[in-house]
Design a protein around this ligand. Structure first.
Ligand code: ZN
Length: 81
C-alpha cells in the first residue's frame, strides 16, 4: 500500500492518507474515480480537455510532415554547400 501522491495547492505538502489499492491517490483525491462512463460524458471530457487543438493527432501529423520537409530541405542545402 502506498501513500497518496496528491499535494496541497496552498501548503505544497503531500496528502497523508493511504492511496486506494491499485491507484496512486486516496479516495478524497480521485483514487476511486473511474472517469467518465457514458459516451456523452467521455465526449464532454474530451472537449473540456482540448483547449486549442495543437496536440490533436491531425495537428501533430501535419507538424511532423512539415518538419520532415524542413529536414529534407536542410539536407539538400548542406549537399549543395
Ligand atoms: Zn490524498
Amino acid at each position: 500500500m502506498a501513500q497518496c501522491t496528491a499535494k496541497s495547492k496552498r501548503s505544497k505538502e503531500q496528502c497523508l492518507k493511504w492511496a486506494v489499492r491499485g491507484r496512486s491517490t486516496c479516495s478524497m483525491h480521485g483514487g476511486t474515480s473511474r472517469g467518465p462512463a457514458t459516451r456523452c460524458g467521455k465526449e464532454r471530457s474530451r472537449l473540456a480537455v482540448t483547449k486549442h487543438g495543437k496536440y490533436t493527432e491531425k495537428a501533430q501529423l501535419v507538424r511532423r510532415e512539415i518538419m520532415a520537409m524542413v529536414r529534407e530541405c536542410k539536407n539538400v542545402l548542406n549537399l549543395l554547400a
